[in-house]
Write a protein that binds this ligand. Structure first.
Ligand code: AMP
Length: 213
């Protein structure tokens, strides 16, 4: 099963993807995580991507399309995958359709996680991640037991560079302008499954699994 997780930054796509990995036995492919990993390693691609990410802008299509094309052909994707944060605009969606066509694959479901815009800024600016194990927390909605320390592995929690208020506003605008048109793109293909993204993590997971079957 090949799935796209669509929705604005802060909708909880990454959080739900991590829970869906176990349930469906398919990997999460997050272009944002891949770009952050490249940056951490200091690769030329990572350093180039940082310029865009720091502004909340999209990294050039050719970069992310190349990353995804390579990733979906790896062995762990043979039973399917969840795309999280890709495609981000219509030309990426068209490139994806084309590459899947070539590979004899298709997208089965596009899960659109809907959250009111008024909730997103608070969700994003309060987000914290463990440097060591990648677990996610929120200073208000899901705080760690000790400030700044991961409950799971005692690693250090950090705030993503692009989760500050100014960059978050740009990211939300980019979503409205460039990514939201994908809702009708996939609706026309009959693949869109809308999910209410407000509620407990368990409730939202249930809503997603109900549409995926
Ligand atoms: P995310 O982790 O999905 O919120 O992505 C963080 C940042 O990485 C975005 O604001 C973009 O700068 C970049 N990025 C992630 N995925 C894509 C994509 N599919 N196309 C272009 N830029 C992306």
């Amino acid at each position: 099963m090949n799935i796209i997780l669509l929705g604005p930054p802060g909708a909880g796509k990454g959080t739900q993807a991590k829970r869906l990995i176990d349930k469906y036995g398919i990997p999460q492919i997050s272009t944002g995580d891949m770009l952050r990993a490249a940056l951490k390693e200091g690769t030329p691609l990572g350093l180039e991507a940082k310029k865009y990410m720091d502004q909340g802008a999209l990294v050039p299509d050719s970069v992310v399309i190349g990353l995804v094309k390579e990733r979906i052909q790896q062995a762990d994707c043979s039973k399917g995958y969840m795309l999280d944060g890709f495609p981000r605009n219509v030309s990426q969606a068209e490139a994806l359709d084309e590459m899947l066509n070539e590979l004899g694959q298709k997208i089965d479901h596009v899960v659109c996680v809907e959250v009111p815009a008024s909730e997103l800024i608070g969700r994003l600016t309060g987000r914290r991640t463990c440097r060591n194990c990648g677990a996610g927390f929120h200073v208000l909605f899901d705080p760690p037991k000790t400030d700044g320390v991961c409950d799971k592995c005692k690693g250090e929690l950090y705030q993503r560079d692009d989760d500050n208020e100014a960059t978050v506003s740009s990211r939300l605008k980019v979503y409205d302008d460039q990514t939201a048109p994908l809702i009708s793109y996939y609706d026309k293909q009959g693949k869109l499954r809308r999910i209410d993204g407000v509620g407990s993590m368990d409730t939202i997971l249930q809503r997603i699994t109900a549409v995926l079957g």
